[in-house]
Design a protein around this ligand. Structure first.
Ligand SMILES: [Zn+2]
Length: 296
C-alpha cells in the first residue's frame, strides 16, 4: 500500500502522460486509484514501495511478474486462509474490510427506485497496457478520453478491469462478470459497474484479452464497453478488495452487456473467482439515476 505521507516526487509516476489526461496531485487519491477494486496485489506491487502508486504504474516495459517487493502489501486471495473473511487479519492496513460500515459489493434491489440523479458520461478512447494484477486483468490508462460528471464532480477514467462472476448481485443473482470502470477526481473515486451476461462476443474485450497476452498497449473505445445508457443504482461503498477503503461512489448500471462464453472463459482462466461476497448494506440508502452517454 503506498504511503500517503510520501512526498509527491516520490509517488508520482515517471511516466509521461498525454497532456489531455489530467493528473491529480493528491497522493491519497493516487493511492486509492492503485488499490481501486483490484487492490495493490503482491504482483502489482512487484516494483516495490517506492514505485508509483498511480494508475500508470503498470507499464508495458514492467509487466507485473510476481511479488518480490520488500514491502509489498500483504498477500490476499478470494479463497481459503487468505480469502475475504480473513482479509482484515492479514494486515493492519486491511482492518476496514471488517470494521468498515460502507463496504462493497452489496445486493441491489431488483427494481431500482425512482431516479433522482444523473451521470453524464463521455465515451472515448482509452489507451494502456493490460496486465494481470494477481487478482484481475486490468487496463491501466496512460491516455484516456473517457470521463463523467456526477453531482458537480468531473471525474476521469483511470483504469478498468473485470471480475468473474459479478460482484454486485441483483435480488441475489450474480451475472457472469462485472466490469469496473474506475474514475477519479481530487475527492476520490467513482466506479461504474457494468454487469456482463454470456452472449455475443465483444470486439473491445477481444482487444483487451489480446493485449493481456501480448503485453503491448491496447486502445479501446469506452463506447464499446458500456450499455446504451439507462438506469443505474447508486450508493456509497468501498473498494471491493483490500484495503477496502471508503468511500467510493458506486454507479452500477441496470442494463447488461454481453461477452462470448469464450471471452468469459478467458477471464475465468486468469482468475476464476474474483468476486468478493456481498456486504451488509446497513443504514445505507441505494438510490437510482439515469446514465446519459455522449461521444467524446
Ligand atoms: Zn473491481
Amino acid at each position: 500500500m503506498p504511503r500517503p505521507s510520501l512526498p509527491p516526487s516520490a509517488v508520482r509516476p515517471a511516466v509521461v502522460r498525454p497532456a489531455a489526461l489530467p493528473l491529480v496531485a493528491l497522493p491519497l487519491a493516487a493511492a486509492l486509484v492503485l488499490s481501486a477494486c483490484t487492490g495493490p496485489s503482491a504482483a502489482a506491487g512487484a516494483a516495490g514501495p517506492s514505485a508509483s502508486p498511480s494508475p500508470s504504474s503498470v507499464e508495458p516495459s514492467t509487466p507485473a511478474s510476481g511479488g518480490h517487493g520488500e514491502a509489498a502489501p500483504a498477500h490476499w486471495s478470494y479463497t481459503g486462509a487468505e480469502g475475504p473473511e480473513h482479509w482484515a487479519e492479514l494486515s493492519d492496513e486491511y482492518g476496514t474490510c471488517t470494521l468498515g460500515e460502507h463496504q462493497s459489493p452489496v445486493d441491489l434491489p431488483a427494481v431500482p427506485p425512482a431516479p433522482t440523479a444523473q451521470v453524464e458520461l463521455t465515451t472515448g478512447a482509452v489507451t494502456g497496457a493490460v496486465a494481470d494484477t494477481g487478482h484481475v486483468l486490468q487496463l491501466t490508462a496512460t491516455g484516456s478520453e473517457g470521463g463523467l460528471v456526477h453531482e458537480g464532480r468531473a471525474l476521469h477514467l483511470v483504469q478498468l478491469h473485470a471480475h468473474t462472476p459479478a460482484e454486485h448481485t441483483v435480488a441475489g443473482e450474480a451475472v457472469d462478470a462485472e466490469v469496473h470502470l474506475v474514475h477519479e477526481d481530487a475527492e476520490g473515486l467513482l466506479v461504474v459497474g457494468v454487469r456482463v451476461r454470456t452472449g455475443a462476443p465483444s470486439p473491445a474485450w477481444e482487444t483487451f484479452l489480446e493485449g493481456e497476452g501480448s503485453g503491448a498497449p491496447v486502445r479501446l473505445d469506452t463506447a464499446d464497453l458500456l450499455p446504451a445508457g439507462g438506469v443505474f443504482w447508486s450508493y456509497a461503498g468501498s473498494l471491493t478488495t483490500p484495503p477496502c477503503s471508503e468511500p467510493v461512489r458506486w454507479v452500477v448500471l441496470a442494463d447488461t452487456v454481453e461477452m462470448s462464453a469464450e471471452q468469459l472463459a478467458a477471464l475465468g482462466e486468469a482468475h476464476g473467482d474474483s468476486a468478493r461476497p456481498v456486504q451488509d448494506l446497513g443504514d445505507r440508502e441505494v438510490t437510482a439515476g439515469v446514465l446519459v452517454r455522449t461521444a467524446g
